[in-house]
Design a protein around this ligand. Structure first.
Ligand code: SAH
Length: 319
């Protein structure tokens, strides 16, 4: 059993201890997932956002130009995802009410492109129950709503909204029958190891099918631009511990790891992750979705397949 004391220590393991932790995580993954990695295709539907999260460059207080895709734009990108034979379409964006109707309108068309054989995964922030219900009724399957940090004070301070609001949305999504994902940003300024342990325990309190750990990236144009970035090893250990604690959950190895330290996305798989996301935002528009700042690492097909191969794993569907 991993108690709080053990989890606190293990988050900080390095060197041989860390390698042993990763090996145990890989065993847990193999028991459930064998050597299979889920590959998603993400469409970044809008850079508009009503929130002003201190870590995010798309925060409302920034006066940058914003875009929102048309249904046509989204269907074009989804057909590229279909052409590349992926079977998860991940629609992500800033939190704006307008995405509800937009996405509700396109889901049936996206499903048709894949003859129904597709998972529609959304990550569009907090919405009223009726909006989540409409999207579910139109065919959405799953929704990622990261809790970001389980530290209620820090959450409120960085997101300018109480954590309870986000948790209510999470419960609405679970009630509606979505497959739900949560996740934490590791290394947020002011975050304690003790609260990271709480983040590791979150999937035991909610009926989720996905969880994640990504390192904090200090992004330009944010109040946290000059703060230190999150620690890659602590993030990798969080991934490994999540895998050992919850073998059945989907856990991604994220592009933010690669941005901080090239090669870290492979390390994420070596630490027990089992999801990689390919980005379908056209190169000309990458800078407009300024998550992590304009110089983020954008995962394309070749990189994703290489990362999976380097970890000795296989895409879950033949690509
Ligand atoms: N508006 C949606 C999606 C946000 S973007 C929502 O509220 O859920 C997706 C994720 O990017 C966020 O959940 C957050 O965890 C992550 N993110 C944003 N800025 C970040 C940063 N500077 N460092 C690390 N992760 C960040």
């Amino acid at each position: 059993m991993l108690d709080r004391k053990a989890l606190t220590e293990m988050l900080l393991w390095r060197g041989r201890d860390q390698e042993a932790l990763f090996a145990r995580a890989r065993d847990s993954r193999a028991d459930v997932w064998r050597d299979q990695v889920i590959v998603r295709g993400v469409i970044e539907v809008t850079s508009a956002c009503v929130r002003s999260c201190d870590y995010c460059p798309m925060r409302n207080e920034n006066s940058m130009s914003r875009y929102i895709y048309s249904t046509e734009d989204i269907i074009n990108l989804a057909s590229q995802i279909a052409k590349e034979k992926l079977n998860v379409v991940f629609l992500q964006g800033g939190e704006v009410p307008g995405t509800t109707q937009l996405i509700a309108d396109v889901i049936p068309d996206i499903k048709a492109l894949f003859q129904g054989a597709v998972e529609i995964l959304l990550c569009l922030g907090n919405k009223p129950y009726e909006d989540y219900k409409l999207l579910k009724d139109r065919g959405a399957d799953s929704y990622i709503l990261k809790h970001e940090t389980s530290d209620a004070i820090l959450h409120h301070q960085l997101r300018h909204a109480p954590i309870g609001e986000r948790i209510n949305c999470l419960n609405d999504l679970i009630d509606l029958g979505y497959k739900v994902g949560i996740g934490t940003i590791v290394g947020l300024p002011g975050q304690s190891i003790d609260s990271l342990v709480n983040d590791l325990l979150m999937p035991s309190y909610f009926k989720v099918t996905m969880t994640s750990a990504s390192p904090f990236i200090p992004a330009q144009l944010t109040p946290l631009a000059n703060s230190p970035h999150g620690d890659v090893d602590t993030t990798l250990n969080a991934i490994a511990l999540m895998r050992i604690m919850y073998p059945h959950l989907l856990i991604p190895t994220v592009s933010a790891l690669e941005k901080l330290s090239p090669g870290s996305q492979v390390r994420g798989l070596e630490a027990g992750a089992n999801v990689v996301t390919i980005n379908f935002t056209p190169p000309s528009e990458v800078k407009r979705y300024a998550i992590y700042g304009s110089d983020r690492f954008v995962v394309r097909r070749d990189h994703a397949l290489q990362v999976i191969e380097m970890a000795g794993l296989q895409p879950a569907i033949s690509l």
